[in-house]
Each structure stands twice: as C-alpha cells, then as structure tokens.
Design a binder for this molecule. Structure first.
Ligand SMILES: [Zn+2]
Length: 335
C-alpha cells in the first residue's frame, strides 16, 4: 500500500463572498503530492499548476501566500487535464491511501472534480490519514492542531525549501509522516464526509477500540437527525451491546451538537456526542462518537446539561421580558 501525501493550493472569489460561484467556492490552482511506500519512504512526486477558469483574478490571500500570478498559471493546463494526470500517477484504486495535513484538501479535490466533470470514482467511505491529527496524537494531546511549519520546527526537520508551494508542503508533510510513531497511531484513520452514505445500508461505522464513529445518511431537515433511531441508539464500544440510556440526548450550541450518556453492565459508562453537519448539497447528517468514560466523565456531562438548561431558561426569560416591554411600548404609543 502506497500513501499519497497531497497538498493543494486554491483560489477564491477575489471580490468577496457575495460574488462567488456557490458551486465552486475554492478553485484549485496547484496540485502537489508525494508518493511514499509502506515504510513511508519516498517513491516519487507530482506537481502541476492549474490554469483557472472560474476566478480570473487571484484573491489577496492566495496572491500573498503563493506568490503566483494568473499569467504564470495560464502556462499550465486546465483542471481536467491536470487532475486526470494526477489520478493516473496515484495508481490503481485500492493500491493507495491519501494523507493530508488537516482535513480540507480531499473535500476541495472532490468538489473541483465534480464541478469540472472529472471522471474519477473516489472510494466510499473515503478513508485517509489526517497527518496533522496523527502528529497531535504522537506529540501532544490528540486534540491540539499545529501548523505544518510548527511541526517541522518541533521535529528539527531541515527547512531548506519554501512553504506554501503545494509540492513542497507535500514533501514536508511526508517528512512529518516519516518521523511519527506510525505503528502506535495507525488505527486512527479519518473519514472524509464530502460524500455521505446514500442510504441506511451504506452508513459508515468505524471502531477504533476505545471509541466508535458512525456517520448517518443525509436528511432534508435538520430536525430529522435526532428523531432517527439509528442516530439515537447507543452501544458499548467494547462489547457492542445496546446500553441503557442514563442521560438522554440533549442539544448544546443551538442544536449543532448533542450529548448523552449510556451505561453498559459490563464495561461502565459510555459518553455519546452527535455533531450535526450539512453537506455541500444541503443535506443534514450526524456524526456520532461513542466513547467509554468513568463516573466523573458522566457527571461532567450531567453538569453541562444542567448549565445548558439554565442558560436556555434565562434566554427564554429575557425573550419574554423583551416582548412584554415591546407590547407595553406599542400600547403607550396608541394611547
Ligand atoms: Zn460493554
């Protein structure tokens, strides 16, 4: 199995969001990648610029970061040709897995392929390595994210080539990939959600040992997510048995996330989190993570629920007062 360490540079609407093409917010202008083998050793590299067709001027951020110009980019082929050569270089499906710094590149790659009609079938689910996450798991708490340059500095890797050129960033990412304790973190793959499951049968499920991840199919309405029995269900991440719910799902942050707790007779408390997300084609889906916890962990989630309830009550109270005040004012205006 080879790993394709990918880094893209993209451009966005130079005159701001209101003028952007809603189907292509980010247009790829450079594809850089390094192929490494099973032992994470260098095999070959791919580098192409792309002549842009949607945004014919560079956004200030892109210009500052990449130091590129449109006339330079126009010496290259358009996205279709570059992407086709890129996929040919990657190898046959199933022979390689993508690795990226952070989790944005694969979504943008798929969106550009869709927009420009590049005929490439991505694996479903698209499992990849987020090397930024693996780096955090190896050298930090697994949650903090540092920039690629910070990781390079921390690892005292030679910085003889500039950053923010796709192929160089890919080379740096590959070097970080080489120095991490891969065997220890190998199981912590990531899954891209640009394409979510089409139906119940296809729903994604991953077991990472101490936690599980489930990604639901899409729903037209946000409210439908937590009404679905498969999203709501809770199981023990060790034995897989359904668990007794001890704290029912409650929402925090304006229904963007739900929390709950279950209890397995054999393995103890299981804490659950459902993140509510929307796809590029306006479908709502849930990402459920179930993880073993202890009594203290369960108590924390209950405390959070109490605080949350209190906040909601206060909000309702303020809203009521505001309405009463408005009503009183309009009354005094009419009399
Ligand atoms: Zn259990």
């Amino acid at each position: 199995m080879n790993y394709i360490i990918l880094d893209l540079e993209w451009n966005q609407c130079p005159s701001g969001k209101k003028n952007e093409n809603k189907d292509l917010k980010f247009e790829i202008i450079e594809i850089g990648a390094v192929k490494v083998d099973d032992n994470r050793q260098y095999v070959s590299e791919f580098h192409e610029f792309v002549s842009p067709t949607v945004y014919r001027a560079l956004h200030k951020i892109t210009k500052d970061m990449t130091k590129l110009t449109i006339s330079e980019l126009d010496k290259s082929d358009k996205f279709n040709e570059a992407a086709t050569r890129f996929f040919d270089w990657c190898g046959s499906d199933g022979d390689y897995m993508f690795g990226t710094w952070g989790s944005m590149d694969l979504a943008e790659l798929q969106n550009n392929c869709k927009y420009f009609g590049v005929d490439h079938k991505f694996e479903k689910p698209l499992v990849f390595y987020d090397i930024q996450k693996l780096y955090s798991l190896c050298f930090s708490d697994g949650k903090t994210r540092v920039s690629l340059e910070t990781a390079i500095d921390e690892q005292k890797i030679n910085k003889e080539i500039p950053f923010h050129t796709a192929v160089y960033d890919a080379i740096y990412t590959a070097r970080v990939f080489e120095v991490i304790d891969f065997e220890r973190v190998k199981r912590y793959t990531s899954v891209d959600t640009y394409c979510i499951p089409d139906n119940k049968e296809e729903e994604f499920f991953f077991n990472y040992g101490t936690y599980t991840k489930y990604i639901s199919r899409g729903f037209p309405e946000r409210e439908m997510i937590m009404k679905d029995s498969r999203v709501r269900s809770m199981h023990c991440c060790v034995c897989g048995r359904n668990v007794k719910r001890v704290i029912k799902w409650y929402s925090i942050g304006n229904q963007r996330m739900y929390c709950g707790v279950g209890f397995c007779e054999q393995h103890g408390y299981v804490k659950g989190k459902v993140k509510v997300r929307m796809t590029h084609d306006n479908l709502w889906y849930g990402i459920k993570i179930l993880k073993l916890t202890d009594e203290e962990g369960a108590v924390q989630i209950r405390d959070r629920q109490i605080i949350n309830r209190e906040k909601r009550r206060e909000r309702r109270h303020r809203e009521m007062e505001r309405r009463l005040k408005e009503a009183a004012e309009s009354e005094s205006e009419t009399t």
